[in-house]
Design a protein around this ligand. Structure first.
Ligand SMILES: [Ca+2]
Ligand SMILES: [Ca+2]
Ligand SMILES: [Ca+2]
Length: 184
């Protein structure tokens, strides 16, 4: 598997939350429920915005990947569709941004509009980042090194994760080193 396929394998496993072999709306509900449960202090507006951002991201994926239009995205559909997105990231750029913005709003406990290291640490397990990868991931996603991850920095990392074939791209580490652990 090349780098893109390894990264897609990681996020397909995240998306197919119940392990049925296809990502479906019910999986997205489960992911949203678990993320929201991990941030009980988030306000209703932030919670609703997170759910909305996740659904917008999912809709963008379905539009590009669900070739037989049955509402389920199988692993082969996902890989084929996302490789096409990697070749033309503008296809779901709005989805990447919606996801980044929604995630920052949910994680931003102190309300300064950015993710601090402690806020990131609270999210790590739910996002699928191993605790031992967390500090490294944070440092790589904080491009300008100011100690915070902004909406723009997270959006860049998400877009890079899904579209970059560059082994040096910091966004590869969005979910820690999990892509390196995918069996070849
Ligand atoms: Ca399908
Ligand atoms: Ca914050
Ligand atoms: Ca920063």
């Amino acid at each position: 598997m090349d780098l893109l396929d390894r990264k897609f394998a990681v996020c397909f496993a995240h998306l197919d939350d119940d392990g049925s072999g296809a990502a479906e709306r019910v999986d997205i509900d489960r992911i949203a429920d678990r993320m929201l449960a991990a941030f009980p202090a988030a306000g209703q507006t932030e919670q609703a915005a997170y759910r909305d951002g996740l659904y917008r991201f999912w809709s963008a994926i379905v539009a590009e990947c669900d070739a037989d239009a049955d509402g389920r995205v199988t692993r082969p559909e996902y890989i084929r569709g996302m490789r096409a997105v990697a070749a033309d990231p503008s296809k779901i750029a709005a989805g990447f941004h919606a996801m980044g913005e929604a995630t920052v709003r949910l994680l931003d406990v102190d309300g300064d509009g950015r993710i601090a290291p402690a806020e990131f640490a609270a999210s790590v397990e739910v996002l699928g980042v191993r605790p031992d990868d967390a500090a490294e991931t944070f440092a790589l996603l904080d491009r300008d090194g100011d100690g915070h991850i902004t909406v723009s920095e997270l959006g860049t990392a998400i877009a890079e994760y899904y579209t970059s074939a560059d082994p040096q791209a910091p966004g590869n580490y969005l979910f820690g080193r999990s892509f390196e652990r995918v069996a070849a």
